[in-house]
Design a protein around this ligand. Structure first.
Ligand SMILES: [Zn+2]
Length: 99
């Protein structure tokens, strides 16, 4: 499936989301902080969600110099989607509060 968005904002920078037939290293996705792109290969919707979240976490890590390891990004991506799904009321409150 194709990504339903063409860009993602990360700490004030806009990354263009691009589909590619192949990426180096047999990756599902790749984030390039210099070119402000997140690229992905064709994949099923569930995998694509994980891939785009994973690459977004790399971009966030880069933006604030967290230097998260591949394992840390992988682990966070794996738990964030279930966390967001399990806490919809909390997330709704976070997104719409006047803080
Ligand atoms: Zn990664």
């Amino acid at each position: 499936m194709q990504a339903p968005v063409s860009s993602i904002k990360v700490v004030g920078k806009t990354y263009q989301i691009q589909e590619r037939e192949l990426l180096d290293g047999n990756c599902f996705g790749f984030h390039n902080a210099k070119e402000l792109t997140i690229q992905y290969i064709p994949q099923a919707e569930g995998q694509l969600k994980d891939t785009l979240l994973h690459e977004s976490l790399h971009a966030l890590s880069y933006a604030i110099k967290l230097d998260l390891s591949e394992n840390q990004v992988h682990g966070l991506a794996a738990v964030l989607i279930p966390y967001l799904k399990d806490n919809k009321a909390f997330i709704e409150w976070l997104m719409h509060s006047e803080v």
